[in-house]
Design a protein around this ligand. Structure first.
Ligand SMILES: Nc1nc2c(ncn2[C@@H]2O[C@H](COP(=O)(O)OP(=O)(O)OP(=O)(O)O)[C@@H](O)[C@H]2O)c(=O)[nH]1
Ligand SMILES: [Mg+2]
Length: 286
């Protein structure tokens, strides 16, 4: 299968703009997808963000496996990172983020107060790969739908400052990937969860990757979603895809069934799922 890559010119530009703005912000909100907390972290960003205080925000927790989300939070916290899990789509407000930000920046806030600044303000920059919900999170924090959001990667094209209140300014940025996925599994995971433009990858390969995963990790949910019997569940993923295709009325056309499976997985029709656990990254990926 061809390796998936997606690093168009606008992302290189967006990366440079993040670098330029970093000096102006107090902290960074790194938004990741709770279904793929590690695969959806941009390794390029670690170098750029450096020692700047950072909150890891595992978003879309409503779509992720709650047990695995708990494992990930424990893992990041054990490493000394600030990490929280949220569902920005359905949350009315996200008080945890400003509270944590103020806690982390308490020393700076106190210093400003001692200089006579009555309402010391913080500036935070929101970064992450495409479609993880950066703009949605910021809209919840400002309690208005100012940033444009959309269910496809690459919606935000330019940086934009948003004002949460007199003491918190937030910078929205375009989603950024990196030039090469070292592990091709990362490309498959990000394609399945919607961070990569659909035109960039082959649906049959990514669909088969998804089907293989659900068959192994969440067989009951898969069985229920497509009314499969035990015999069908025991087929190889490729044979099972043909069965699905027939059930969906697509005949032998593998591609359309794969496309549907990707769509269903993203919508949550196959239940909440998480594609990786912390142990996967101790040695090499699974
Ligand atoms: N289920 C669920 N959907 C979410 C959540 N947060 C965001 N979304 C949806 O995810 C899609 C992408 O959200 P955006 O806020 O546009 O994502 P973004 O990271 O700003 O994307 P780019 O600007 O393209 O980089 C939208 O359809 C949102 O409604 C969440 O917590 N749960
Ligand atoms: Mg956006």
């Amino acid at each position: 299968m061809a390796n998936i890559q997606w690093f168009p010119g606008h992302m290189a530009k967006a990366r440079n703009q993040v670098q330029e703005k970093l000096k102006q912000v107090d902290l960074v909100l790194e938004i990741v997808d709770a279904r793929v907390p590690e695969a959806s972290r941009n390794p390029m960003m670690n170098q750029i963000v450096g020692q700047k205080p950072r909150i890891m925000v595992l978003n879309k927790k409503d779509l992720a496996d709650p047990n695995k989300t708990a494992q990930w939070l424990a893992y990041y916290r054990a490493q000394g990172d600030e990490a929280i899990a949220i569902d920005a789509q359905h949350a009315k407000r996200l008080n945890q983020i400003p509270q944590l930000a103020r806690q982390m920046m308490a020393a700076k806030i106190e210093k400003q107060k001692s200089r006579g600044i009555r309402n010391p303000s913080l500036r935070a920059m929101c970064i992450g790969i495409p479609n993880v919900g950066k703009s949605t999170v910021l809209n919840r924090l400002v309690k208005k739908n100012i940033a444009v959001v959309g269910n496809r990667p690459g919606v935000t094209k330019n940086q934009q400052w948003l004002k949460a209140d007199d003491t918190l300014m937030l910078l929205d940025t375009p989603g950024i990937l990196w030039p090469k996925f070292e592990d091709e599994l990362v490309g498959e995971k990000l394609a399945l969860t919607g961070a990569i433009a659909d035109t960039v990858f082959q649906e049959d390969g990514v669909g088969l990757f998804g089907l293989t995963f659900f068959q192994r990790a969440y067989p009951a949910a898969l069985k229920r979603a497509y009314h499969l019997n035990d015999e069908e569940m025991a087929l190889t993923p490729a044979d099972l895809m043909v069965v699905l295709s027939q059930k969906m009325g697509f005949g032998e056309t593998f591609n359309r069934a794969a496309e549907r499976l990707i769509f269903d997985a993203r919508q949550g029709k196959l239940g909440a799922f998480t594609l990786e656990v912390p142990g996967d990254f101790d040695g090499h990926a699974e």
